[in-house]
Write a protein that binds this ligand. Structure first.
Ligand code: HAM
Length: 421
């Protein structure tokens, strides 16, 4: 017997229906915002992800060599592939580009509930807009998606990594090490790295600032704590808050949080994470922010911002809050009664399918009683019995599976009768 690899999932029909529901709400909203779908390969050159994603992601990569000896990796996220696509092929298009993509990504993590080695993301990017309106647009779409799924418990935490970077006058590699120690709340490492870099006095304000979270009033406090940081970053967040109000996002849906540092290295400005507080340990359903990758991949400098929502966690949150509607039932189950009725039954089911109904037909050759049991067990709303006597009159017997009421219906009016029952 084979088992599926650790950290992967099989999704049955009920689970897939839930996943498709969540996905479809995201697609609907993203398209209403003017985003358009794109798709990139499941695997890429290894160096696409080692260039700027950061050690966290690189450690978790699934890598392999193909038969031509090329180093490849399964994608751990979509931002680097989308920016590769943008720089290589899309950059002459009118700006801004508003792209979305969905699919599976792979990270070698320690699996637990809500944390898998293969999982799915709903991802958007805006490339080439002005920074502030684009950041507000992605944030509004991120929070809006949670709402469109029906979730009531939504909390976005919004920070600005540009503020922290402006305080750290080091080369990118050293900056990344300091930011990682902050992201992991590893203060021992923070102290020792800042000592190594000759700026031990930065440890105290950095440590203090990441504990500051709340409404816009914490920005003034953070500005005091991080006295050496440039003030624009704080004003930027205030303006962002004003824009979110214009989008109709209530202040209860988000807070400013100076402790949002993010695990990926490419972020340069506004950063955010979205939590579904009822999920426990893996409550972070999404994350994103403004970043610089196009220039690293050989493109010109443009504003880039986006997010990814974890589909698996979104579905868990929707299940926990009971927001997923019941699956649409089978409208009709067609049963040939007696030898020689199969052709006619196939014609009947085909007619119903063409009429846009969900219609199934006996494929086993069971007798009518067993077939009615089956129709019942799969939750069909009606059963259509195609028998010889009715056939002669151009009719079938239609049975309402809930009430048990049965009537003879002319074939021409069958789809309507099923809709009405
Ligand atoms: P990320 O924070 O690494 O961001 O991942 C986004 C979301 O993917 C997380 O919030 C979480 O819901 C989900 N996720 C991450 N790891 C796992 C896992 N092991 N199992 C299940 N779900 C998981 C990014 O990937 C960035 N590329 C987002 C972005 C787009 N930034 C700018 N544009």
């Amino acid at each position: 017997m084979f088992e599926r690899p650790r950290g992967t999932n099989d999704w049955g029909p009920e689970e897939m229906a839930k996943r498709r529901f969540v996905e479809s709400r995201f697609v609907q909203l993203a398209e209403s915002f003017g985003f358009r779908e794109v798709s990139t390969p499941t695997f890429e050159s290894l160096d696409l992800f080692t260039a700027k994603s950061g050690p966290g992601i690189v450690r978790e990569l699934y890598t392999f060599k193909d038969q031509g000896g090329r180093d490849l990796a399964l994608r751990p996220e979509f931002t680097a592939p989308l920016l590769r696509f943008y720089v290589g092929e899309l950059r002459s298009r009118p700006k801004p580009l508003k792209l979305y993509t969905m699919g599976n990504v792979f990270r070698y993590e320690e699996p637990q509930k809500g944390r898998y080695r293969e999982f799915s993301q709903l991802n958007v990017e805006i490339i080439g807009g002005a920074a502030l309106p684009s950041d507000a647009e992605v944030l509004a779409l991120g929070i809006g998606t949670m709402r469109a799924i029906g979730l009531k418990q939504v909390k976005a935490r919004v920070g600005n990594i540009g503020i922290l970077r402006s305080l750290l006058p080091f080369d990118p590699v050293d900056q990344a090490v300091v930011l990682h120690s902050l992201d992991k709340r590893n203060f021992e490492m923070l102290d020792s790295e800042l000592r190594r870099l000759g700026r031990p006095e930065l440890a105290e304000p950095l440590r203090k600032s990441i504990g500051l979270a709340g409404n816009a009033s914490i920005l003034a406090e953070a500005q005091k704590v991080l006295a050496g940081a440039s003030p624009e970053g704080f004003d930027y967040l205030r303006s962002l808050g004003d824009l979110l109000t214009a989008y109709g996002i209530p202040p209860t849906d988000y807070e400013f949080d100076m402790g949002v540092v993010r695990g990926l290295d490419y972020y340069t400005g506004m950063v955010f994470e979205i939590d579904s507080p009822n999920l426990g340990a893996e409550k972070q359903v999404g994350g994103g922010g403004a970043y610089s990758l196009a220039e690293i991949f050989g493109g010109e400098r443009v504003a880039q911002t986006g997010f990814a929502l974890g589909l698996d966690r979104l579905v868990m949150a929707a299940e926990a809050e009971g927001t997923i509607p019941a699956e649409r039932a089978l409208d009709a189950y067609v049963i040939p009664v007696g030898d020689g009725m199969r052709d006619r039954a196939v014609k009947v089911v085909t007619k119903l399918r063409v009429a846009g109904l969900r219609a199934d037909i006996d494929l086993v050759g069971r007798g009518p009683t067993k077939n009615l049991d089956y129709a019942n067990s799969v939750g069909a709303r009606t059963a259509v019995l195609v028998g010889e006597k009715e056939a002669r009159a151009g009719s079938v017997a239609l049975r309402n599976m809930k009430t048990g009421a049965q009537s003879v219906v002319a074939l021409d009016g069958l789809a309507e009768a099923i809709r009405a029952s």
